[in-house]
Write a protein that binds this ligand. Structure first.
Ligand code: FO1
Length: 318
């Protein structure tokens, strides 16, 4: 079995490569739920949904999240009522959130509901939320003032930071609310114990992988598996730029530099091998000198073939 620690769009593309790589083994995605939130009373799990929609070939190819062939009548109704629906929920997408919310209210765990969704959408992948407990990523952000009254420092819910403010504000701190009481699910710890290979997908190490690593016991478990040579991490930074999202700005703000070496430092203890893009081949020696084995290959997943190649490389990396 191969386990993948996963966030949203980058991880979804990587998993599509891995499921098309001709491997005869079960693939288990362990997915961040720090982005989850309740909005209009609906339990929304953006990273789980991005992965499931992508693997079911239903994802909107332009955004990388949400469904293709969507309609937005519910959104238009909200606007007509004077609401400001800055977080876009398509009509078909809302149906899935209604299903999840209802099943959770009936007492099903998030793991169980996710397995039901995966089965109904014919996805050939085991998808595990990192926990069945609540964890909420919070971003301390510097918002520019409206009327020259000085910047405002506020703690935002993740989706407010990411979507409402278009991940523009400077990030001063990221914390994962409830992380000390949340437990990884037993399916997650079992998968990490038994996987032949564990791959940390090219996702944001602070916003997407950070909450998974911060769950009780997970870092220790990965350190143990890394000492056996089982854990491979893929850099989400190529030539100093994030493929998608605000990672470069966040690393700059929190760690003062933002190349692939910064990500390697974050994974130093929990990975056995680090993969960078060929554009960063010149960094391989300095990452190795820091004590982490490092290889380079094309990590930019421009199409399915590129994703398959990267997946095969990560599975075989030593
Ligand atoms: N991302 C946006 O940039 N704008 C949206 O309005 C938006 C709505 C949305 C609805 C459901 C869902 O599952 C995801 C959605 N996303 C949206 C994506 C998502 O918020 C982020 O990409 C992730 O949380 C970051 O990994």
């Amino acid at each position: 079995m191969i386990a993948v620690l996963a966030g949203g769009v980058g991880a979804a593309k990587f998993l599509r490569g891995l499921t098309n790589a001709g491997l005869q083994e079960e693939i288990v995605a362990i997915v961040n739920t720090g982005d989850d939130w309740v909005h209009y009373g609906l339990h929304i799990s953006p990273d789980l949904d991005t992965i499931v929609y992508t693997l079911a070939n239903l994802v909107n190819p332009e955004t990388g999240w949400g469904l293709q062939d969507e309609s937005f009548h519910a959104r238009a109704s909200l606007q007509r009522l004077g609401d400001d629906p800055w977080f876009t929920l398509g009509d078909r997408d809302i149906g899935l959130h209604m299903f999840r919310t209802q099943r959770l209210a009936e007492g099903a765990s998030l793991t169980q509901v996710t397995a039901e969704i995966v089965q109904h959408l014919n996805v050939d992948l085991t998808v595990l939320p990192m926990t069945n407990d609540e964890v909420a990523t919070k971003v301390l952000a510097q918002l520019p003032s409206k009327e020259n009254q000085g910047d405002q420092i506020v703690e935002l819910d993740f989706q407010e930071y990411f979507v409402r403010y278009h991940h523009q504000p400077r990030v001063l701190r990221v914390r994962y609310d409830h992380i000390n009481t949340a437990k990884p699910s037993s399916d997650v710890t079992r998968a990490l114990d038994t996987a032949r290979r564990i791959i940390i997908a090219p996702s944001n190490p602070i916003l997407s992988i950070g909450p998974i690593l911060a769950l009780r016991g997970i870092s220790d478990q990965l350190q143990r598996r890394a000492s056996e040579g089982a854990v491979v991490a893929i850099s989400p930074i190529i030539a100093g730029e994030a493929v998608k999202g605000p990672l470069a700005e966040i690393l700059d703000s929190l760690m003062t530099q933002h190349d692939a070496r910064t990500v390697a430092q974050l994974y130093q203890e929990v990975a056995s091998v680090f993969i960078v893009d060929t554009a960063d081949a010149h960094l391989v020696e300095s990452i190795r000198a820091g004590g982490l084995a490092c290889l380079s290959t094309q990590t930019l997943m421009t199409d399915l073939d590129a994703a398959v190649n990267l997946a095969q490389f990560a599975v075989g990396a030593r």
